[in-house]
Write a protein that binds this ligand. Structure first.
Ligand code: S3P
Length: 172
C-alpha cells in the first residue's frame, strides 16, 4: 500500500466499519475524522453543532483530515459524510489518489441508521427524506473527488473492504 485510503460517502454508507475492516486486512493504522474532532474539541459532534454551529465543525474536520494525511506511513481514514461540503477539505481530497466513495442509496442508509441517529445532527426527524436531499447535493461532490466508487447497497462490510484491497493491488 503506497497511498492512504480515504473513505467518503453518506452517513450510513459504512465508512467507519469498512475502515476498521480494511485497516485489519492491510495491517495499517485507522483514523476517523469525527473521533479526532471530538477529541480536539472535548465535545461530541452534536454538542459542537449545537454550541458552535456547522461552520466551526467543518473547520475542525478539515484540520483533522490534514492531520491524518500528515502521517508518515499510509493509513486508512474514515471521514464524516459532510466533509465534501467544505471547499478546503474538498480541494485536499481532490489532490489525493486514494479516495474511495462508498455509494449507498438513501433508503438503504436510512435502514442502516434506524437506531443510530443520536449523534447525527443533520438527520432530524425525516431520516430518509434528509438523506435523499443530502444524496442529491453531495453525490456529485463525492464522485468528483473519488478515484474508486463502490456500490455498498449489495455488499457486506467485508466484501466492500475486499473490493478496495483488490483495487489497491491493481494500483501498485
Ligand atoms: C455528517 C456526518 C457525520 C458527522 C456529522 C455530520 C454529515 O458523520 O460528521 O454528524 O454532514 O453528513 P458520519 O457520516 O460518520 O455519520
Amino acid at each position: 500500500m503506497t497511498t492512504s485510503v480515504i473513505l467518503v460517502g453518506l452517513m450510513g454508507s459504512g465508512k467507519t466499519s469498512v475502515a476498521q475492516e480494511l485497516g485489519g486486512q492491510l495491517g495499517v493504522q485507522v483514523f476517523d475524522t469525527d473521533r479526532l474532532v471530538e477529541k480536539e474539541a472535548g465535545m461530541t459532534v452534536s454538542q459542537i453543532f449545537e454550541a458552535s454551529g456547522e461552520a466551526v465543525f467543518r473547520t475542525l474536520e478539515f484540520h483533522a483530515l490534514e492531520q491524518c494525511l500528515e502521517e508518515a506511513a499510509p493509513v486508512v481514514i474514515a471521514t464524516g459524510g459532510g466533509i465534501v461540503s467544505d471547499h478546503r477539505s474538498r480541494e485536499l481530497l481532490a489532490a489525493q489518489s486514494g479516495v474511495v466513495y462508498l455509494k449507498v442509496s438513501s433508503g438503504e442508509a436510512a435502514r442502516r441508521l434506524e437506531y443510530e441517529t443520536t449523534n447525527r445532527p443533520l438527520l432530524n426527524d425525516d431520516v430518509e427524506g434528509n438523506l435523499r436531499s443530502l444524496e442529491i447535493m453531495r453525490g456529485p461532490l463525492y464522485e468528483g473527488v473519488a478515484a474508486l466508487k463502490v456500490d455498498v447497497d449489495t455488499r457486506s462490510i467485508e466484501e466492500t473492504a475486499e473490493t478496495i484491497t483488490k483495487w489497491l493491488k491493481g494500483q501498485s
